[in-house]
Design a protein around this ligand. Structure first.
Ligand SMILES: [Fe+2]
Ligand SMILES: [Fe+2]
Length: 339
């Protein structure tokens, strides 16, 4: 992985590689195939994240719901990335231009993230179309970053000279790759379009995941700002990013309880609402342990110890992070019968 923003020859090679291997939203996925209603989106652990004792029918719906939440979370986060293009990227490169390759690679990075946000949004629409669900009703259960405290906080941090954004991106890149790793090996049991979307995402992410690291490296070397301000941001930006990501994700996940108001709309919501009493079987301590330590997908986002490269960079730059407990990922499995 290239991590030196001054290695312009290496960056030039990477630009060529990304351009050659890139795919398009229209040509890269078999949209016309639609979604298979009888398939999981994501493999689940025995407790279905935090809903122990579900029937197979409930597990399929829970897996599909989580699949849509994962898509919407990535789409919203990558949408936020685009909103910060000027304040968190362009302004820094204008002040400290480094080389044209850093800029060109950045343009590619932002274009790819926008494409991913559109791809995951489109999958969720196709899911609703295929199952005959009103997308507006489904939207009530999905995470939204636009106008949230999370988005305002990250923009505010960037405007005050902070770089929480790049820590956020670095973690998000690792989460995207880890989600595909969880899916990998379950191709025949999952919805084919869902699998392809995450495979396409992995292809781009594995090629451009160093860009956040390049920017963090550039930030650590760039002049400008007061000594005190720079030190303050170096010590607090990662903590800030972790705090606001956690608050946002936990509050958005609670939207699953909205499904109780939608039971008359579609059997998907009825089955999802029927899973909710299982949530109460968990004690608060057990729930916290699951969310931050073992639950698939959720703990992956919430616990930065899963983001090994990001933590390595933080150590190198002597940037503190929350002392999350060591991850213990639960074993996942697919459906009992593959349809
Ligand atoms: Fe992405
Ligand atoms: Fe990315």
């Amino acid at each position: 992985m290239r991590v030196d923003p001054f290695d312009y020859l290496g960056l030039r090679e990477q630009i060529q590689w990304q351009r050659e291997k890139g795919w398009t939203l229209e040509g890269g996925l078999p949209w016309a195939d639609g979604v298979r209603e009888d398939r999981y989106c994501l493999p689940l652990d025995e407790d279905a994240v935090a809903f122990p004792g579900l029937s197979e029918e409930q597990r399929i719906v829970m897996s599909q719901f989580l699949g849509l939440v994962v898509n919407a979370t990535i789409a919203e986060m990558e949408g936020v990335i685009h909103k910060l293009k000027d304040v968190a990227w362009s302004q820094l490169l204008r002040r400290y231009p480094v080389n044209p390759e850093m800029r060109e690679l950045g343009e590619l990075f932002f274009d790819e993230e926008l494409k991913h946000a559109q791809m995951f949004g489109r999958y969720n629409q196709v899911f609703c179309q295929s199952l005959g669900i009103d997308p507006v009703a489904m939207g009530r259960l999905m995470p939204k970053a636009f106008g949230s405290l999370f988005q305002k906080a990250v923009i505010g941090n960037a405007k005050s000279g902070g770089h929480a954004f790049w820590w956020l991106v670095s973690s998000a890149e690792e989460v995207s790759i880890a989600i595909y790793q969880a899916l990998h090996g379950w191709r025949d049991a999952m919805d084919p379009l869902y699998f392809t979307a995450h495979q396409r995402h992995l292809e781009d992410e594995s090629r451009h995941r160093n860009y956040a690291v390049l920017m963090l490296e550039l930030v650590s070397r760039s002049p400008g700002g007061s000594q005190v301000g720079r030190l303050w941001h170096r010590k607090t930006d990662l903590l800030f990013s972790q705090l606001f990501t956690t608050l946002w994700v936990v509050s958005e996940l609670s939207k699953v309880f909205e499904s109780r108001k939608l039971v008359g709309e579609h059997r998907f919501f009825k089955t999802l609402a029927s899973c909710l009493p299982h949530f109460r079987q968990l004690s608060p301590a057990r729930l916290a342990e699951k969310l931050f330590v073992s639950a698939p997908y959720v703990s992956l986002v919430l616990n930065t110890k899963y983001h090994r490269h990001t933590i390595d960079i933080a150590h190198q730059q002597r940037t503190p992070s929350f002392p999350f407990p060591a991850p213990k990922p639960a074993i996942v499995r697919g459906p009992r019968r593959v349809a």
